[in-house]
Write a protein that binds this ligand. Structure first.
Ligand SMILES: Cc1cc2nc3c(=O)[nH]c(=O)nc-3n(C[C@H](O)[C@H](O)[C@H](O)COP(=O)(O)OP(=O)(O)OC[C@H]3O[C@@H](n4cnc5c(N)ncnc54)[C@H](O)[C@@H]3O)c2cc1C
Length: 418
């Protein structure tokens, strides 16, 4: 009898793991178990009354690097090339980045000239921060908060303005709590290997072998900064589900996993609400930890949709202070933010408010040690269990797809087909 692999969680990580398992030359029997009635996890696109698509989760995927290229390869394998909507390098959305500081929006400098000129909100040209970075010695700590790392290497202003905003944008988190080693591993590694982030990024770039396809070449030639899909990013989990079903993968929806126990013969018993499954190996792509992030998404008439994300790791403090977190409050705050920060004063024609609990895992200082202990535990006990998903080594969709692929590799003992 062939091996049975049960994949827990039908978010993008569990779907990617199942996909790669199903494409092995001799695939095991794969069962994907999802607690809710839909697949895709945080990737969710809904249509408004006038046909506009609202992303309730991720709304753009970065094509850069080996992981970005792998996701584009997956998109092609699923036959979605013609659905891709890229933001090309010459588009204003790709060229302009703004920081909202001191009640005003400031365009971030671009190009060498921009770095040499003073550009508010920074008091000095960013060139000086770069020069400082090149001269600083390598850090000695095994981990550091993002803020402390950026302050040490680039100075207090860049740490407080730029890196803080980056942490809010990507993790909805606090740069004074998040770990540089786990949240921005390429910056941490650049310093470890080349003593300087700038040198590391310059000398280390382009070393990782990348897959090749027509879509990947197009993304490189047109310098895409990110991409989405015509019908919303949820098309990706939907296409994966169609593929999995055609490959004979059993997809169980509405089946929360309640327990996992190892039987005497070394097989897992996976307990569901009303039944159970036997498995030789389990891939867990269920979230391990998280925080609250709130998204209030609304659309104005005669303009593209605007999305305001509120809360993040600060919301727990607000809640603890007794503030009533109602839909009305979020909508009001989102409209105020759009009006004061972007000058969008019209009432939105359509407004969606969604409360996302525990949606973005926070890799706080020392996260790497937790991963290390989990790995050691699994190895020491020879448990046929592999962990995948946003809780461990990257929250971006690309990271999650890669974690699913790596989980499949570890189960198969070899690279899957793609
Ligand atoms: C608002 C928001 C915006 C984002 N924006 C971007 C972006 O623009 N670009 C980007 O790259 N990334 C973005 N991300 C991050 C990215 O979308 C997520 O990290 C990623 O989708 C997580 O995928 P996952 O499969 O690991 O986890 P999830 O999506 O959490 O999937 C886990 C699945 O497991 C299921 N499950 C849970 N418990 C059980 C159980 N007991 N039994 C069975 N099933 C269970 C859940 O129902 C869920 O379907 C964003 C995330 C959020 C929340």
């Amino acid at each position: 009898m062939g091996r049975t692999v049960v994949v827990l969680g039908g978010g993008i990580s569990g779907l990617a793991a199942s996909y790669h398992l199903s494409r092995a030359p001799c695939p095991p029997k794969v069962v994907l178990v999802e607690s809710s009635e839909r697949l895709g996890g945080w990737i969710r696109s809904v249509r408004g009354p006038n046909g506009a698509i609202f992303e309730l989760g991720p709304r753009g995927i970065r094509p850069a690097g080996a992981l970005g290229a792998r996701t584009l390869l997956l998109v092609s394998e699923l036959g979605l090339d013609s659905e891709v909507l890229p933001v090309r390098g010459d588009h204003p959305a790709a060229q302009n980045r703004f920081l909202y500081v001191g009640g005003a929006l400031h365009a971030l400098p671009t190009g060498l000239r921009g770095l040499l000129r003073p550009s508010p909100p920074f008091s000095k040209p960013l060139f000086w921060a770069g020069l400082r970075e090149l001269t600083k010695p390598r850090g000695k700590e095994p981990d550091e908060t993002v803020h402390s790392f950026a302050q040490r290497r680039l100075g207090p202003e860049v740490a407080s303005l730029a890196m803080d905003s980056l942490c809010r944008g990507v993790f909805a988190g606090n740069s004074r709590e998040l770990s540089i080693r786990s949240c921005f591993p390429s910056l941490f590694q650049a310093e470890q290997t080349h003593r300087s982030i700038l040198l590391g990024l310059l000398l280390g770039a382009g070393r990782t072998p990348q897959p090749d396809s027509a879509l990947i070449r197009q993304a490189l030639a047109e310098r895409w900064s990110q991409w989405s899909l015509r019908g919303g990013l949820e098309m990706l989990p939907q296409a994966l589900e169609t593929h999995l079903t055609s490959r004979g993968v059993s997809v169980l929806r509405g089946q929360p996993v309640c327990g996992l126990s190892l039987q005497a013969e070394g097989r897992w018993k996976v307990s569901l609400r009303d039944s159970s499954l036997e498995a030789d190996h389990v891939i867990s792509a269920i979230p391990a930890s998280g925080i609250w992030t709130f998204g209030a998404i609304f659309r104005r008439s005669r303009s593209p949709g605007n999305r305001v994300m509120l809360g993040g790791s600060w919301l727990q403090t607000l809640e603890a202070s007794g503030c009533v977190l109602s839909q009305e409050l979020f909508q009001q705050r989102a409209q105020e933010a759009a009006a004061t920060q972007l000058g969008l004063k019209e009432m939105p024609s359509h407004c969606l408010v969604h409360l996302h609990k525990n949606c973005i895992p926070q890799y706080t200082l020392g996260h790497w040690q937790k991963l290390e202990s989990a790995r050691q535990f699994l190895t020491a006990h020879r448990l046929p269990l592999t962990l995948a998903g946003a809780s461990y080594e990257g929250v971006a969709v690309n990271d999650c797809i890669e974690s699913g692929r790596q989980a499949a590799v570890s189960v198969l003992g070899t690279e899957p087909n793609s």
